[in-house]
Design a protein around this ligand. Structure first.
Ligand code: ADP
Ligand code: MG
Length: 381
């Protein structure tokens, strides 16, 4: 991939490019916990966006997308570009300027192998690689945490996606063989060893689009807030579900709708599963960790109700498969991928089984994405 980008750069702009990469991510456990100020456990993956880039004179930057085969000339002091992919880059520059940086014009060629819209956060990889590259190229002095915030604010202000910070954080802070236990309240993080020998991390894309995702997402947020409001009437200092224990929730259960109770219970349990799961990872007990993944799916499906038939179908086959350590839907829900932690020796047979059964039931073959936990944003050459 990187050599294609370098070649294209030479052809279009000549010599003198510096190359950078920043990856997509998976989240091993902890969904819908971020906006409740809980924990998430992402890891960067071995699929990334790559850029070859060089500063240039004058007001106009030249951006070539290898994957879209499009060249755009953009004045970063001018108006918001129409093309979505260019908004990510334009947005990063604007967010840097807001923070006092002087960002010069540049010429670049970029592309990557993070599948788009599959829940692996190709958009965060794109923001992060440009953030990292421009910061290095122009000596701007931003920290990785600053760059994560710049990426997140790019999504908010120039793309219209009000996302949390997990994706950018993972893309920038990831390390090979490590996952990131990120506290979404304080943004403190801990790298936790993740090297399951003889196992693979694999995703199966249900190919279902998230049509319900945004409206249901808002409903879930409101239900969580409703639960917090009930407990906060009685217990001082409760501001989010992070401050609520199962004991508190049970004590005031009668004052809330049963559905609100279930939603809140899921979030509290998911944080517990994640924290306990990290302790298992530290001991190298991947089997016990995998059980937490299955538990997470059950919670997402039954208590939080953000799964769908296709995701449940895949997860159920996974659960029945000996040698499958864990599996769960990943992301906001109503579609997207099931992430698996699977023993190498059953990987192929499981895939065959799940593909043919999925095909028979839903009439299409799900896409398979194998990933390895890899390094975060970096300079290549
Ligand atoms: P994801 O879940 O993968 O982040 P998004 O819809 O948030 O999906 O972001 C996908 C968008 O990011 C694409 O529509 C495109 O604008 C941009 N993008 C991602 N990868 C690339 C790429 N390799 N080349 C150009 N643009 C990309
Ligand atoms: Mg995205």
């Amino acid at each position: 991939m990187i050599s294609i980008i370098q070649e294209e750069f030479k052809k279009r702009f000549g010599e003198g490019a510096t190359c950078y990469a920043s990856p997509g991510r998976v989240n091993l456990i902890g969904d819908h916990t971020d906006y409740n100020l809980g924990f998430v456990l992402p890891g960067a993956i071995d699929k990334a966006i790559y850029v070859a880039i060089r500063p240039t004179e004058g007001p106009v930057s030249r951006l070539y997308s290898v994957d879209y085969k499009e060249l755009l000339e953009i004045d970063m002091n001018g108006a918001l570009p129409d093309k979505l992919w260019a908004r990510f880059i334009y947005g990063v520059v604007q967010e840097m300027k807001k923070r006092g940086a002087t960002v010069g014009a540049f010429e670049c060629v970029f592309g990557g192998d993070v599948p788009l819209g599959a829940g692996l956060s190709s958009s965060a990889a794109l923001e992060s690689v440009f953030g990292y590259a421009l910061n290095d190229l122009f000596g701007l002095g931003f920290s990785r945490a600053d760059l994560a915030r710049i990426g997140q604010m790019t999504e908010h202000n120039y793309v219209g996606v009000k996302c949390g910070i997990m994706d950018e954080f993972a893309s920038l802070f990831g390390q090979k063989g490590k996952v990131i236990r990120l506290d979404c309240r304080s943004l403190e993080y801990e790298l936790v060893s993740f090297e399951p020998v003889g196992c693979r991390v694999m995703l199966i894309d249900s190919m279902v689009k998230h049509s319900l995702a945004s409206s249901e997402y808002n409903v879930r947020r409101e239900q969580c807030e409703a639960g917090v409001a009930v407990v906060a009437k009685h217990v001082q200092g409760v501001e989010s579900l992070r401050d609520v224990t199962m004991d508190m929730l049970d004590t005031y259960k009668s004052e809330m709708e049963p559905i609100v109770y279930r939603r809140c219970a899921y979030v509290i349990h998911e944080n517990q599963r994640l924290l306990e799961g990290c302790e298992f990872l530290k001991k190298g007990d991947y089997k016990a960790f995998g059980q937490k993944m299955f538990g997470s799916h059950e919670g997402l499906s039954r208590e939080y109700e953000v799964s769908c038939e296709e995701l449940d179908f895949i997860e159920e086959i996974a659960r029945e498969t000996p040698g499958m350590l864990g599996a769960r839907m990943m992301g906001g829900g109503f579609g997207g991928c099931v992430i698996h932690l699977v023993e190498e020796k059953v990987h192929d047979a499981y895939l065959e089984e799940v593909k043919s059964r999925f095909q028979a039931r839903f009439g299409q073959t799900p896409r398979v994405i194998d990933v390895v936990i890899g390094d975060g944003a970096r300079k290549l050459i």
